[in-house]
Design a protein around this ligand. Structure first.
Ligand code: NAI
Ligand code: MG
Length: 396
């Protein structure tokens, strides 16, 4: 069989560092692929006025599978001021290349597993009624709709007349906002389509069935967001009843779910939500299993799939002579890529090696030792990024 080509998108800051580490592990586990690097991120925004150049989209279109590190994003005005002089005042507007990529390729399912690694000092613990400490085993997979909702990008400040007049046909707008001057209005919409909503629900239920999870929890807010969350809840009930009768559908509100997160995290299996709430809930669960150093994710569409750690480019650690950041989130994201392309055995081998390293506890990056990040942590016994990867490779 011809070797697969994987598009690597290192991006900015520590994205570059951790992506490279994941390639070392893929190599060590015997995964054979050709890698082509795509340009993405801040450098290309500043130089070209586009953080996701057309040539990168072409590479993704051709090869379909990508490993992505992280990018740096900055607010609109800061972004405009960092453009090279030739590009200044040309009306270029910065837009997150990740969001663009998700929308361009309709990467409509974001999948974020959070599973407790035994022996991780960062695991969530709670006190029982008799005062002793217990450590609930978290094993959840969050399915987040990835292209619509509040991140859909349909938004305005000082809306034009057509938009304003349309809004003004709504009774609630008339009552609550019609006396606000237009220039003082900022509006972000939350649009759900039935097709995309059904798709993420189906993805969640299918995953639950395939991997033996007993429940799917819809985490939205249908009592208040009656149209969008309401539609999702209605569809979830229908899909569950018609197609997945053996799987229990639970329904929680996002705010309450965040409160319950630490009360009974072991009671959840698969969770599903719209874009913003999915983002929130997945960070919440990631916090119970070690945080950003451990949180991995997949962005999956019908054709293209992009695998990335949840964390960003952590610019403050980007230029350390010896990198201190935890490569596990990126390496676990590479495992999700292997799962996706039917290389589950290799993925499991890497996951087992990570689990062994964490449980043995001999090699720990600074975050795993509950230290504050600084160049000094290496002297205080923390492992470097490279040492952590080496240890994982040694345990394969
Ligand atoms: P961040 O995730 O880059 O860093 C937050 C903090 O988490 C860091 O200061 C560090 O203490 C810790 N951390 C992150 N990754 C770690 C790792 N692998 N090991 C150990 N500790 C780690 O988020 P922040 O600081 O809010 O944003 C920095 C930049 O990244 C911004 O420009 C932001 O827009 C961008 N960003 C990009 C994302 C992406 O590319 N998917 C996601 C989130 C933020
Ligand atoms: Mg997030």
């Amino acid at each position: 069989m011809a070797k697969r080509t994987i598009v690597t998108l290192p991006g900015d800051g520590i994205g570059k560092t951790v992506l490279n580490e994941s390639l070392r592990v893929l190599d060590a586990v015997g995964f054979e692929a050709d890698y082509v690097e795509g340009d993405i991120g801040w450098e290309f925004w500043c130089k070209e006025g586009n953080p996701l150049p057309e040539r990168t989209l072409k590479l993704l279109e051709e090869h379909k599978i990508s490993l992505f590190g992280a990018i740096t994003s900055k607010p609109k005005d800061d972004a405009a001021s960092e453009l090279i002089p030739e590009l200044q005042n040309k009306g270029l507007v910065y837009y997150s290349p990740i969001v663009s990529m998700r929308q361009h390729f309709k990467l409509d399912s974001c999948i974020r597993p959070c599973k407790t690694y035994k022996g991780n000092l960062l695991n969530f613990v709670r006190r029982t009624a008799d005062g002793s400490i217990e450590e609930p085993q978290v094993d959840v997979v969050i399915f987040r709709q990835n292209t619509e909702g509040l991140y859909g990008g349909v938004e305005w400040t000082n809306p034009n007349d057509v938009v304003y007049n349309a809004l003004n046909t709504h009774i609630k707008f008339q009552k609550n906002f019609s006396d606000v001057p237009k220039e003082e209005l900022s509006i972000s919409t939350r649009i759900f389509s039935k097709k995309a909503t059904s798709k993420i629900l189906h993805a969640a239920f299918t995953h639950a069935r395939k991997y033996g999870y007993k429940s799917v929890t819809l985490c939205e807010k249908p009592n208040v967001l009656r149209e969008t969350s309401g539609m999702m809840f209605k569809l979830a009930k229908q899909i569950q009843a018609d197609e997945y009768p053996e799987i229990r559908l639970k329904n929680t509100n996002i705010d309450a779910q965040m409160m319950w997160l630490t009360k009974n995290p072991e009671d959840y299996g698969v969770l599903v939500a719209g874009n913003l709430f999915g983002d929130i809930i997945s960070d919440g669960f990631a916090g119970l299993i070690g945080g950003l150093g451990f949180a991995c994710s997949a962005n999956v569409g019908d054709e293209v799939a992009v695998f990335e750690p949840t964390h960003g480019s952590a610019p403050k650690y980007a230029d350390y002579p010896v990198s201190i950041v935890n490569p596990i989130a990126m390496i676990a994201s590479a495992c999700m890529m292997l799962d996706h392309i039917d290389e589950k055995k290799k993925a499991d081998k890497i996951r087992n090696a990570i689990a062994k390293v964490v449980e043995e506890g001999k090699v720990k990056t600074y975050d795993m030792m509950k230290m504050h990040g600084s160049a000094d942590v290496i002297n205080k016994g923390a492992a470097s990024t490279t040492q952590m990867t080496d240890e994982i490779i040694a345990n394969l």
